[in-house]
Design a binder for this molecule. Structure first.
Ligand code: SF4
Length: 215
């Protein structure tokens, strides 16, 4: 096992990130890993990306069995707001400038699965190191000393775009309010299957800023 990281301030928390080549391993290996680290006292797991279970032959669960699962399935194709992407944040990393786990949870609860003209991804990072890559998200939020900086119009994929900053907002509430207005703008002016960044390329960022001021 690689060296654990100690919390510099309290000396208590530790983290361990196992190297899993290509992020692919068997259910048996996953169980072994979880069991081993549980026995070593680990309490929480932070996933860096999607977790995808794969069936060799029989195909995934369906019908009643699928409905009984406690976890809602991600839908990677729907035109709706995707689950919020979050960096390792305050529970797992010492560099955060503001707490962001609660902000990300509130954004997720309020907006996930809301219908929008095209896929929309929100990324939240605890500092400008940007481990969740907010500059390539439709709406990116980075915590900083003064609050939360919001960027809009980023994307990865076939036509990557870098998001533009629209300001820094002091509180979680203000930040959520601005995100809600940006989504309202996208719903009002967006075209089917056109990402927010393309809409802003066409309309100009000032068009969005005027909309935000007027609401
Ligand atoms: S973005 Fe900052 S707070 Fe988040 S994991 Fe990276 S270094 Fe840590």
């Amino acid at each position: 096992m690689d060296e654990n990281k100690k919390d510099k301030k309290t000396g208590r928390k530790t983290t361990y990130s196992p190297y899993i080549p290509q992020g692919v391993f068997s259910i048996g290996e996953l169980l072994e890993l979880v069991e081993t680290l549980k026995n070593e006292g680990a309490k929480t797991v932070k996933l860096g990306g999607e977790m995808v279970f794969v069936w060799d032959e029989t195909g995934p669960l369906s019908g009643e069995k699928a409905e009984k699962l406690r976890w809602d399935a991600n839908d990677f194709k729907a035109k709706h707001i995707r689950p919020v992407k979050l960096c390792s944040a305050e529970t797992f990393c010492q560099n955060f400038k503001q707490p962001v786990i609660s902000l990300a949870a509130k954004l997720d609860e309020k907006f996930r699965k809301a219908p929008v003209p095209s896929k929309l991804v929100i990324g939240v990072a605890g500092c400008h190191r940007s481990c969740s890559e907010p500059a390539t998200k439709d709406i990116g939020i980075m915590a900083c000393t003064d609050g939360y900086e919001i960027m809009v119009g980023g994307a990865a994929g076939l036509r990557p775009m870098i998001a533009k900053s629209i300001g820094t907002f002091k509180t979680e509430e203000e930040t959520i309010e601005i995100v809600e207005k940006v989504i309202a703008y996208f719903k009002k002016d967006g075209r089917q299957s056109v990402r927010l960044g393309r809409l802003l390329e066409k309309n100009g960022i000032d068009h969005l800023l005027k909309f935000l001021k007027a609401r």
